[in-house]
Design a protein around this ligand. Structure first.
Ligand SMILES: [Zn+2]
Length: 286
């Protein structure tokens, strides 16, 4: 596969500030081997992200055809993967139910095989999922009668204002065009609808001892709070409680509501890169 050119971001992909500070010189690729992809932080919004990127076309081909093999060594998702999705979905439904209407429409962006949606479907929700990994979507279509589509999040085509809940569990850190995906999500949400984001990439960095190569950004609570503010969403909750159960230790979760006043911007949390550096050192991320 043609790998394409590498380029470096000059501004923060979230808030467009040029106050960028390199935190680490490389990421882990495989078996602790490292690639010279720099990880930086934005001094304005606190986003931690890969400064060096391939062109978008590379990522689109990568996720459609190679991602599954790279992360698991197999071309198709395993039964264990599907069962874990189902179990995480049951925990998530239970965790979110105090915030949810009795039924509605839920969209899982980066749904894999769609297992996370099963609990919602069983409780009367209309469920939809998109994922660029064709093998995972194929598995989900064989197993469930859900509305699952094989496409990149940047290409999803959701009718404006029709979704009551969007869940993105560890996938927003993978997308090539963060701004486009967030714009599409905000547009798809109904007034009063909820967006749940699980940050899993930073947690994985803690487990690996370094930032992974797959994700392009590594959310912290600070950056998710600022992300919501920048997109005019009302921040409802931030927690490191395991909302999807025990299989993703150290994950963080944040929930926001679209309240209909998109032009209203919450006050942003002040980014502190010195505190961020101390956190990386404390968590053994080198
Ligand atoms: Zn920023």
């Amino acid at each position: 596969m043609r790998e394409g050119k590498i380029f470096s971001l000059r501004i923060c992909e979230l808030c467009h500030s040029d106050a960028i500070e390199v935190l680490r010189p490389s990421v882990i690729v495989r078996d602790a081997a490292r690639a010279p992809i720099r990880v930086a932080a934005c001094r304005c919004c606190g986003l931690v992200f890969q400064l060096d990127r391939f062109e978008h076309v590379f990522y689109h081909t990568y996720y459609a055809e190679r991602y599954r093999t790279v992360i698991s060594g197999a071309t198709d998702p395993s039964e264990q993967f599907l069962q874990d999705q189902i179990a995480r979905g049951r925990c998530l439904y239970h965790s979110l139910s105090p915030y949810l209407p009795l039924s509605g429409t839920v969209l899982d962006v980066g749904c894999g095989a769609g297992g996370l949606l099963l609990a919602f479907a069983e409780h009367g929700w209309k469920v939809m999922g998109i994922d660029p990994d064709r093998s995972a979507i194929c598995m989900g279509k064989k197993r469930f009668s859900f509305d699952l589509t094989a496409c990149a999040a940047e290409s999803m085509n959701i009718v404006e204002g029709t979704i009551d809940l969007i869940v993105i569990t560890g996938s927003l850190e993978h997308v090539a065009d963060l701004a486009l995906v967030l714009k599409k999500c905000v547009s798809a949400l109904a007034t009063g609808g909820l967006l749940l984001i699980e940050g899993w990439a930073y947690a994985q960095a803690r487990i690996l001892g370094g930032f992974g190569h797959n994700q392009k950004r590594y959310f912290t609570q600070q950056s998710l709070t600022n992300l919501f503010a920048l997109y005019g969403l009302q921040h409802e909750l931030s927690t490191s409680l395991p909302l999807t159960g025990p299989t993703r230790p150290h994950s963080i979760f944040a929930i926001a509501r679209k309240d209909g006043l998109i032009e209203k911007c919450n006050e942003r949390v002040k980014a502190d890169t010195q505190a961020l550096r101390r956190m990386l050192d404390q968590h053994g991320i080198i």
